[in-house]
Structures are given as C-alpha cells and as structure tokens.
Design a protein around this ligand. Structure first.
Ligand SMILES: Nc1ncnc2c1ncn2[C@@H]1O[C@H](COP(=O)(O)OP(=O)(O)O)[C@@H](O)[C@H]1O
Ligand SMILES: [Mg+2]
Length: 408
C-alpha cells in the first residue's frame, strides 16, 4: 500500500512558537516510517512556510536559517483536495527570468502541532477545511472556543460544568476607566483573583492579584498580551490534575491522569512547564509529574468522565488535554481545555499503554474519518436560480451603487 503523505505542521505566529517547534519535531520523529512519508512543515514567526528533512533536527532552529541545505520554502495550494505544497523556483534562462511553481508533495493528511494563536485557535483548521485536507485536530468552532478562555467558560457554564466565577474586561475599558473595571471585579469577586489574557497559553501573561494594587499590575500585564482579559476567582495552592482525551464523533477514551509537581510559586508557570526537566527541554514532557494523580479512585473517575463530556461538548477530534484544579475540600474545577496539548500529551498515552507511534496512527485515522464524514455531506444542492437572472446595468460607482434585477 502506498504510504500516507503526512504533513506535520508547527511553529506559526504565536507566543508559543518555540514550544510548538519542540512538540512538532517530537511528533514528526515519532511517526511510523513504514506507514508515512513525513513532511515537516515549519511556519516561521513571520508566517513563511518551509518543508525539508532538516526541519526534523531541533538544532535547525537555533538560529533558523531559511537558506540552509535541506530546507525549501513552500506555499499550500488552497484548491480543494489538492493538498499540494508548492515551491516557486527561480528560472535561470536568458529569456525566462520568472519563477516556476514546482509541486514538492501532495499531502494526504495534516497533523497541526501548534499551540496558541494561528494554529490551535481554528485558523489553521479553517484553512484545512477550505483546502479539503484531512487534519487531526478539533474543528474550527471547538478550536476557537477552546482557545478563548472567556468564551470557553461561557460555554462550560451553559453546560453546567464546574468552573470558577469570573468576569471579563476589554483593553479599551481598562484604558478609559481603570477604576470602573476594578470596581466591577471587586463587586463580583474577592481577592485573590487570577488575570489571564483570553487567548494565550503556557501561563504567559497569567498572574495572581492579592489586592487592588496587585490587580492593577496583573491587568496591565494581561492587557499587554490581549485585548480581552478574564478575571477569575483565585484558589490557594490548588492541586492540579490533567487528563487527556482521544477520540472523535462520540467515541472517547480518557488517558491516565497526571498531577504536576513542580509548582513552587502561585501558579504553574512557563518555567515549571518547560524548563524543569534538567538540561534540554522536552516541551510539556519535561514537567515533573505524578501519574496517575494521587487524588483517589473516585475523583479520578469523576475527572475521566468529565473530560469525555468536555471533549464531546466542543465536538473535539484527535487528542486534547483538559486541566483541573482541586481544593482540599475535594471541590473540582475545570481550568481549561487545550485542543492541541503540549507534546500532544504523548507521555500520558504512553503511560496508558498507547506508545506515541500508535497515538499518531489514531490521529490520522480520526482525521481521515472526519474527512470522509464531511464529504458525505451534500454540497451539490442544485437549483436553477441563476438561470434567467438579470442584474442589469453597470457595476460599481458608475451605476451609483444600484443593482438592477430583484433578489430575495
Ligand atoms: N483560578 C485560579 N486559582 C489558582 N491558580 C490558578 C487559577 N487559574 C490559573 N491558575 C494557575 O495558573 C496556571 C495557568 O493558568 P491557565 O488558565 O491554565 O492558563 P494557560 O492557558 O496559560 O496554561 C494554572 O496551571 C494554575 O497553576
Ligand atoms: Mg494551563
């Protein structure tokens, strides 16, 4: 059987660019070469796309040299079903100085391994839908809601999922009248509170405020990253538990749970997540953890069930990770969902008896299934409404903006 041409996409214009490179290279290296021709696709911080075997070496990125041997600049052909990565090659002929498009490969499936904006937030997913390429992550709507902590909590509240009370504010409101924003926070919430940029991850811009002065600093920080900020009731040193879910279309399985153990300050920060494993970051795989989380069988069961419910609520696909906070009184709250989790949570699946290459096989399988399901939909609704329509007159300003004919 012909091998599947598998695109592994990472990088992109996001604060989590470097984290995504680690996750992407990890996945690309783990994919089974018997089944796949792997095409690493790196999107740099300016949004340029590259492919080539050299992208599989993590040293390639320190610093990244786009002209290095083994790296080819490409663009994606958006024609539905094409899947082509195109490289534009300079012609050297005397009378032919233009460029020639060359098809480097035709992708059968893409695994987006991107964290944060322009990758985990529904944008790449929209691109894949347009180009009609099977892809392994949650769809446009679920990805967008999962990325946006404000909307995510509104949806979760609607589903009666356990979440902490919060309010949100806009940067324009903060700039115009900071005291009014502070008054709104204090009316609804007691200190401490946590301020979070709506659409970020990896704890970037997240901080705890213990009083009014701290709140000003926290809001300044969060608004430097995002136009919208979530302000949430804070817990004191909660136990954190994460659980991954794998599935598609009502089929779900929950992974072993983990309890991160390196939290030394007020929150599990960027350094805890990626710099705590000693020399050489392995992305989220570096974090110190206990698996399964030592929170009792009953709580673990509750977390597994809730994780599958959250997965289904956002119509997720592939692998996600849902994070929780637990108080000493056994109160359980959802912190967030990551629809493209760090390191694709492979370490949790490994512990659950599913080695990384097999996890990747499942991602491809669900991507293909979702693609087949989509193409079962009827896009061919035909009608003859175009026949006999006359919109008359000239177009644009010369016509005074008026169109002839009638619609509706
Ligand atoms: N309401 C809260 N109370 C106490 N700690 C919190 C709260 N919200 C977040 N944290 C801490 O901050 C970390 C990052 O918050 P999170 O919402 O997961 O943002 P990110 O998407 O950046 O990971 C959490 O892992 C936890 O350690
Ligand atoms: Mg988090």
């Amino acid at each position: 059987m012909a091998k599947i041409q598998l695109g592994v996409m990472f990088g992109s214009r996001t604060c989590e660019h470097e984290v995504s490179i680690i996750s992407g290279v990890q996945l690309a290296r783990a994919a089974d070469r018997e089944k796949y021709d792997v095409w690493p696709i790196y999107i740099d911080k300016d949004g340029r796309w590259y492919t080539g075997d050299k992208l599989l070496d993590i040293k390639t990125y320190t610093p990244f040299d786009p002209y290095a041997k083994g790296i080819t600049r490409v663009t994606l052909d958006l024609t539905a079903g094409s899947g082509a990565l195109i490289s534009y090659q300079q012609n050297n002929g005397l009378f032919n100085k233009g460029v020639t498009p060359v098809t480097v490969c035709k992708l059968d499936c893409v695994i987006p391994v991107m964290h944060g904006l322009h990758g985990e937030d529904g944008t790449i997913q929209g691109l894949m839908e347009l180009a009609n390429i099977p892809y392994s992550s949650t769809g446009v709507g679920g990805s967008a809601i999962g990325m946006d902590k404000i909307m995510m909590k509104q949806v979760f509240r609607g589903m009666n999922f356990p979440i902490l009370p919060d309010i949100f504010a806009l940067r324009s409101q903060w700039q115009a009248d900071p005291d009014a924003v502070i008054a709104r926070v204090e009316e609804k919430l007691d200190y401490p509170v946590f301020c979070k940029p709506a659409c970020l991850g990896s704890s970037i811009g997240v901080s705890r405020a213990n009083d009014r002065e701290g709140l000003r600093e926290s809001l300044d920080l969060a608004f430097s990253y995002d136009r919208r900020v979530l302000i949430e009731k804070g817990l004191d040193r909660p136990i954190e538990v994460n659980c991954s879910v794998l599935g598609y279309d009502g089929e779900t399985q929950a992974s072993v749970t983990e309890m991160p153990t390196t939290a030394s300050g007020d929150l599990l920060d960027f350094a805890d997540k990626y710099l705590s494993g000693g020399g050489g970051s392995k992305g989220m795989a570096s974090l110190q953890r206990v698996m399964p989380a030592p929170v009792g069988d009953e709580m673990v069961k509750r977390i597994e069930k809730l994780s599958c419910d959250v997965f289904n609520a956002l119509d997720c696909k592939g692998v996600v990770r849902i994070d929780y906070m637990l108080t000493g009184e056994d109160e359980l709250y959802i912190t967030e969902i990551n629809t493209i989790p760090g390191s694709m949570a492979f370490y949790l699946w490994n512990e659950s008896g599913l080695p990384y290459p097999k996890l990747i096989d499942k991602l491809v399988e669900y991507a293909q299934k979702a693609h087949a399901d989509k193409n079962e939909n009827n896009y061919a609704f035909t009608s003859d409404i175009l026949n006999g329509v006359s919109l008359g007159g000239k177009t644009g300003a010369k016509n005074g903006g008026k169109l002839g004919g009638k619609l509706g």
